[in-house]
Design a protein around this ligand. Structure first.
Ligand code: UGA
Length: 441
């Protein structure tokens, strides 16, 4: 099938590459000329394991190309996926200008049937607005009074991939959700995803949009729930790791997304929770449960800094080593990273911060000022009064902690992800604090 992807960010690029990999002809569009130049040169502008190799292989097989022109992409494709950013506005609503502009441009360049598919996360009811924008902007020759003479459909097909395992998630989904309102649209989308051999949930556009809102919000609820449980664990001497294990073995609950820590971040969860709360408000429902999820998430970070303050006494002029700044491991993405917020809180208390992250240093340099950026994990611990583990990169498990102990001024570790071996570190003489493991408060 001939497919266009408008927006070559995380979701768009992975979708484009993977659809080409399973046999379709894909053209990816982006309005950033530098990005298109990079992609044409075989470079992936983000760090995502496996993506660059797969992209180059698809280009070689002539199944994948890139352009800056929506017009060119429209002319060559019958299916158009929208994978555009929907940044949050100050009132929590999503800014849909990119989606509106792209819909208008698609309409102006349509010459035959097109299926327009929402792929990146959009607020419920966006499908309807896309439909209306296309109708309004279709060239005159395709309209007769109120009648539209050129066939097109809008569909919703939310993406559930996670950064860091995006290619694997796309190729092995738990389900594919198709929000369609015509048999033709359903048939085309079923055909596109046939090679993935997975369960398909077929529904209308509004339900499909809500499936995405609800899935992400439910996962954040799980995270905030276990973080609240972790607070209790600390106070009564219980271990949240064992509690999560014991809960997670119940198939109705499941172990995933029950990792207590400094809370969720990233470009999706915080924004999606805000947007679902806002959708409720707009429609006369106070989604108080999600407001609490958000509050607990904010509190985890503030509480973590308080814990450090309590143990170090004064933070001012102390040197603090930080391992990990990405919002999670296997990505260089630092958007809404809990670690960024924590570093800023420490800087506000006038701590000196030494930082190391395996992949996110370049991005961190753009947003953090006054931090010492280090070349390796050892350098980040030099002369430190404590070390914070904020992103659970595998490489931090393999560090030689004897060397770390020698480098630090005070051998104190705060593990914001419950990642390191507590007993081993304590035996080595570290003071070790984690989240909800019964010894933090
Ligand atoms: C999330 C969803 O998991 C995807 O299904 C969805 O497609 C995506 O948002 C999206 O809407 O585009 P992602 O943001 O890539 O994916 O990252 P996750 O792996 O879900 O992690 C999000 C945050 O939650 C991270 O900061 C992570 O550290 C945190 N987290 C995750 C926890 O604190 N505890 C957990 O148990 C799990």
């Amino acid at each position: 099938m001939n497919i266009a992807i408008i927006g070559s960010g995380y979701v768009g690029l992975v979708t484009g590459v993977c659809l080409a990999h399973i046999g379709h002809h894909v053209i990816c569009v982006d309005n950033n000329p530098q990005k298109i130049k990079k992609l044409k040169g075989g470079q992936v502008p983000i760090y995502e394991p496996g993506l660059q190799e797969l992209m180059r292989a698809c280009v070689k097989k002539k199944r994948l190309k890139f352009t800056g022109s929506i017009k060119e992409a429209c002319q060559q494709s019958s299916v158009i996926f929208l994978a555009l950013p929907t940044p949050p506005k100050s009132n929590g609503d999503a800014d849909l200008t990119y989606i509106e502009n792209a819909s208008r441009e698609i309409a102006l360049n349509m010459d035959s049937y097109k299926l327009i598919v929402e792929k990146s996360t959009v607020p419920a009811q966006t499908g309807k607005k896309i439909q209306r924008t296309i109708q309004l902007n279709l060239p005159r020759k395709f309209k007769k009074g109120n009648k539209i003479l050129l066939g097109f459909d809008v569909a919703s097909n939310p993406e559930f991939l996670k950064e860091g395992s995006a290619v694997h998630d796309f190729m092995n989904p738990d389900r594919v959700v198709l929000g369609v309102e015509s048999k033709k649209a359903e048939k085309i989308l079923r055909e596109i995803y046939k090679p993935l051999k997975t369960k398909m949930v077929v529904t209308n556009i509004a339900s499909s949009e809500i499936i995405k809102h609800a899935s992400n919000s439910f996962l954040t609820t799980k995270i905030s729930f276990i973080n609240a449980v972790a607070q209790i664990c600390d106070r009564v001497g219980a271990d949240v790791l064992k509690v999560a294990e014991g809960m997670g073995l119940d198939k109705r609950i499941g172990r995933q997304f029950l990792d207590a820590g400094i809370g969720y971040g990233g470009s999706c969860f915080p924004k999606d929770v805000d947007s679902f709360i806002h959708l409720g408000e707009k429609n006369g429902y106070d989604f108080a449960l999600l407001k609490e999820v958000r509050r607990i998430n904010d509190w985890q970070r503030r509480w973590f800094v308080r814990l450090i303050e309590e143990k170090l006494w004064n933070i001012k002029d102390k040197t603090i080593g930080v391992w990990g700044i990405a919002f999670k491991p296997n990505t260089d993405d630092i958007r809404n990273a809990a670690a960024i917020e924590i570093v800023r809180m420490l800087q506000a208390e006038r701590a000196r911060v030494r930082l190391y992250d395996p992949k996110a240093m370049d991005n961190a340099r753009h947003v953090l000022k006054g931090v010492t950026f280090c070349d390796d994990p050892y350098a980040a611990t030099q002369g430190c009064d404590c070390l914070l583990l904020l992103t659970e990169w595998q490489e931090f498990k393999d560090v030689d902690f004897i060397q770390v102990h020698e480098a630090m001024r005070q051998a104190v570790i705060f593990d914001g992800r419950n990642f390191l071996d507590a007993e081993h570190l304590r035996r080595m003489g570290f003071e070790y604090f984690a989240i909800g493991r019964g010894r933090s408060v």
